[in-house]
Design a protein around this ligand. Structure first.
Ligand code: FAD
Length: 465
């Protein structure tokens, strides 16, 4: 019998699992996919946002700023990669300046004190390679960048080291409750005294299973184009001032140095898929040129999309929905930033009704795969060697796909996108599991996303240039 069963191994479920693993309790994390971080936590902007991202008086406002401040310590302990490079919200008109001032007011109210308005000259001093046309900016030094899936993997690996049981490939189908919960999955059932629902897009459905019907989830997709590292000539995360016409798009470097452009916002009414579309990506690149027009479409590497799980009232939905169950749903942006603070918030909710004792032997440290000395290089583009890949395969979460290795050590994420190293990685996975190479898959999601062929992006005629 588990003391806590957490449903959903995205960054939120992972952060909660890691937080609870510091306490004396029997803990399970259930995930329907074959790896952790395959939902929204895989495909997002990776920005550790500032206080402007959550409105004062909302849970988002409260938890975003708190989460932001927790990243340095968390990264020191878990080594997933985090850089506090600062961000600028760019303005292009007098009207934008007024909107930025309102954003600054909101940020101050939620407790963000480091924000500074910038003149046009100050913006170009900080970012000499911006496109022409910027008139002002709002500078937020505490904005950071991280790798969302490496963070999720790190949280789960550390929780496993501290006693967590992880059930991958287990989709929750039904929950019943008498004196304890029985969680039925496609692969059998688990008994637990307390449920934490962190199922992302599925959190509304799980909430229904728990007998509460207050949460409705609206899926909202965002698409991106990722470019080579040579295309990044920027120092900061660059937002555009949100206006009535739209939120603008983000232009940023990733924590590993690639240039990334996106996302847009598309409400999905019918099929909920992470496909990408030519028309939308073209529009995203066009909008991005207002910020930065020095990128070369020929250096686009790949496209991807992620789906935000928006709640009915656009705020995070975190509350008791049963005496022994908490739903943590509707965690759209800035959920990555807020995730460590969400974990603390959930712990406080639990401690308000139940007693827990801290473990004397909790180990907060998890080492990075990049700390392993590099040897015979398998991935030439990203310079990742055999020993590091072996370490991933021997890691605490079983990996059976080449993308699983890619998310841990970037093998296959470089300029050739795995054309040269994928076969080598596949062979190592097959040898490790003593299986046939042809049975090693690239990815395991039930429905493969349809991505715009990269050649199409590279041949985009950006005739608005
Ligand atoms: C386009 C986009 C850009 C974003 N940019 C940012 C950003 O820059 N900064 C920021 O702070 N936030 C950002 N976010 C928000 C952030 O990505 C999310 O808030 C966060 O990833 C949510 O994590 P989660 O764990 O709640 O959900 P998920 O990562 O989706 O995890 C939920 C998990 O539950 C599993 N699950 C669902 N149903 C079941 C079931 N029945 N049984 C078992 N398992 C189940 C799913 O498979 C999934 O793995 C962005 C989101 C998107 C989509």
């Amino acid at each position: 019998m588990y003391d806590f069963i957490i449903i959903g191994a995205g960054v939120v479920g992972a952060a909660i699992a890691r937080r609870l693993s510091a306490y004396d309790c029997k803990l399970a994390l259930i995930e329907k996919e074959e790896d952790v971080s395959l939902g929204a936590s895989k495909a997002n902007s990776g920005i550790v946002h500032g206080g402007y991202a959550g409105k004062y008086g909302t849970l988002k406002g409260q938890l975003c700023i708190k989460g932001n401040l927790m990243f340095d310590k968390l990264n020191e302990e878990l080594n997933f990669g985090f850089k506090r490079i600062g961000g600028i919200v760019l303005g292009f008109s007098e009207d934008d300046l007024e909107i930025l001032k309102k954003q600054q007011d909101n940020s101050i109210k939620v407790g963000q004190t480091d924000i500074r308005m910038l003149s046009k000259e100050e913006v170009y001093d900080l970012e000499p390679n911006l496109a022409e046309g910027v008139t002002c900016g709002m500078y937020v030094p505490s904005i950071g960048i991280t790798s969302p899936y490496e963070m999720t993997i790190a949280l789960v690996e550390n929780a496993l080291d501290n006693g967590l049981d992880l059930f991958l490939g287990h989709e929750v189908k039904e929950i019943s409750c008498n004196d304890h919960f029985v969680v039925t999955t496609n692969k059998g059932s688990l008994k637990g005294k307390f449920i934490i629902n962190a199922a992302g897009l599925g959190s509304g459905l799980i909430n229904d299973m728990l007998g509460n019907h207050e949460l409705t989830i609206h899926p909202r997709r965002g698409q991106y184009v990722l470019f080579g590292k040579d295309q990044n000539k920027l120092n900061h995360v660059l937002f555009q001032t949100p206006t009535e016409k739209g939120k603008g798009v983000l232009v940023t470097q990733t924590v590993h140095g690639n240039l990334m452009i996106g996302p847009d916002a598309e409400d999905l009414m019918d099929e909920v898929s992470t496909d990408t579309s030519e028309e939308r990506l073209k529009n995203i690149l066009k909008l991005a040129e207002k910020t930065y027009d020095a990128f070369n479409v020929k250096r686009a590497l790949t496209t991807f999309s992620g789906i935000r799980a928006m709640s009915h009232n656009k705020d995070f939905f975190i509350k008791y929905v049963h005496d022994h169950a908490i739903t943590v749903g509707g965690i759209d942006s800035p959920g990555l930033t807020s995730s460590p603070a969400i974990a603390d918030y959930v712990l406080d909710l639990i401690l308000s009704k139940h007693e827990l004792t801290l473990k004397s032997d909790f180990n907060p440290i998890r080492n990075s795969y990049y700390s392993i000395p590099n040897d015979q290089v398998i991935c030439l583009c990203e310079q990742q060697g055999q020993s590091r890949i072996e370490a991933c395969l021997e890691g605490p979460i079983e990996i059976k796909t080449t993308d699983g290795v890619k998310r841990r050590i970037r093998a296959g994420m470089g300029n050739c996108q795995g054309k040269r190293c994928e076969a080598g990685v596949r062979k190592m996975i097959a040898d490790h599991h003593q299986m046939d190479e042809k049975d090693v898959l690239k990815r395991t999601e039930r429905r493969m996303p349809k991505r715009v062929p990269i050649e199409m992006i590279r041949n985009f005629n950006l005739d608005y240039k």
